[in-house]
Design a protein around this ligand. Structure first.
Ligand SMILES: *Cc1c(COP(=O)(O)O)cnc(C)c1O
Length: 382
């Protein structure tokens, strides 16, 4: 007879990220609304902006297609059972990638002569659907306007191709400058009378210029699906009616009283001027929280707004618990184990937009969600 020793399950640190399926669905619906009759590619590059493709899939499967740039991620979407369109936003990087495109039925962008050459040398029984990309001013990928027609003609002559769409990516869709109108004009002129579906809108263009969505066939929202505003701080998620899809939550693991002159954390860069209570949170830059976030970066303590204090360290950061300088009510019972929301939604439903934390750290919601660290346990919820 065998005897098993039963150890208690190992409790992880009290930090967790939640992926909100309902919020993904809501945001997709918002993008659909803005898109009118246009079809929607859900952009899921960078592992669904750090959410995890498999975790985000349920919330986004109502899209008309998925757009991304990593072939391994395209394989993962097919493995989830998705049979609809998948678009490689940067096309292929190597001739061998075309095998996978044939096998998985991937649509791919053609942005260069090199990619045209690769396709011309590719043997396939299944002709490909491609999107020919125009450089409308971003100066990263795409054919110059005066070279677009020649590329189009070359694609048309290839037996490897049976459908050609036309796309571009705007450099300035998120800010109020005349650049977007100019880029749209460049696209209109360069593609005039060429047959094929059109796609130009990222989240910012879609929400700010829905008339462009109406004039094209596919839109490509990414960040808006994940509940971050594409044009913060001009507009926040409340304005665009978007909901946070990722919440980073942890707990207080220590509470202490500071005396005037006491400093907090590495470098002693925050010093108390009066007696105050602070809490230490189990979250640091090794969890993906930005180390550069300065004193004053917003957090929610039990759903009430507070602020970080001092330097963010690898595994911990400090928050203000004093009622004088935060929104924490005096009669609230705050102690070890109290929930702290670093961004997203608290368990009682209060929202701290990731954009506010990002802005305080001098970056964007995009970067924070993509940087969520591997060591943070992730749970998919409603
Ligand atoms: C990332 C990307 C998008 C989505 O951009 P968001 O700003 O996240 O909406 C759309 N199109 C292309 C080509 C992209 O690379």
């Amino acid at each position: 007879m065998q005897h098993f020793l039963c150890f208690p399950a190992v409790m992880p640190r009290p930090i967790q990220a939640l992926i909100h399926t309902d919020a993904l669905t809501h945001n997709l619906q918002r993008c659909r609304q803005a898109a009118g009759e246009s079809k929607v590619w859900a952009v899921v590059k960078a592992n669904a902006y750090g959410h995890g493709i498999e975790r985000a899939y349920e919330g986004l499967r109502g899209a008309d297609g998925f757009a991304l740039l990593d072939l391994a991620e395209a394989e993962r979407i097919r493995a989830l059972g998705w049979r609809g369109p998948i678009l490689l936003l940067e096309g292929v990087f190597d001739p061998r990638d075309l095998e996978l495109c044939s096998r998985l039925g991937l649509w791919h962008t053609i942005h260069s002569d090199e990619q045209l050459d690769m396709l011309a040398g590719h043997k396939t029984l299944q002709p490909h659907k491609v999107f020919l990309k125009l450089n409308s001013g971003m100066q990263r990928l795409g054919f110059a306007p005066e070279r677009l027609r020649a590329a189009y003609a070359r694609l048309q002559a290839l037996p490897q191709v049976d459908d050609i769409g036309l796309m571009t990516h705007f450099a300035t869709a998120d800010v109020a400058v005349p650049g977007l109108d100019a880029a749209w004009q460049v696209f209109q002129t360069a593609t005039a009378e060429l047959p094929g579906e059109r796609s130009v809108c990222n989240s910012a263009a879609l929400l700010r210029h829905p008339q462009l969505a109406e004039q094209t066939d596919w839109v490509r929202p990414g960040i808006a699906l994940y509940g971050s505003s594409p044009d913060f701080p001009e507009y926040g998620i409340a304005h665009w009616d978007l909901q946070p899809t990722m919440s980073l939550r942890s707990e207080l693991i220590s509470v202490r009283e500071l005396q005037p002159g006491d400093s907090v954390g590495y470098g002693a860069i925050f010093t108390a001027e009066r007696p105050m209570r602070i809490g230490v949170v189990a979250c640091g830059y090794a969890d993906g929280y930005p180390r550069v976030a300065p004193t004053g970066t917003p957090v929610l303590v039990a759903g009430h707004r507070s602020r970080t204090l001092g330097r963010v360290s690898m595994d911990m950061l400090a928050v203000d618990l004093s009622t004088e300088s935060t929104g924490i009510p005096a009669d609230l019972d705050v102690g070890v184990g109290t929930e702290v929301t670093l961004w997203g939604r608290s368990s009682c439903g209060k929202v701290l937009p990731i954009d506010e934390v990002a802005a305080s750290a001098g970056t964007l919601g995009y970067e924070l969600m993509c940087a969520l660290a591997q060591r943070v346990p992730v749970e998919v919820t409603e």
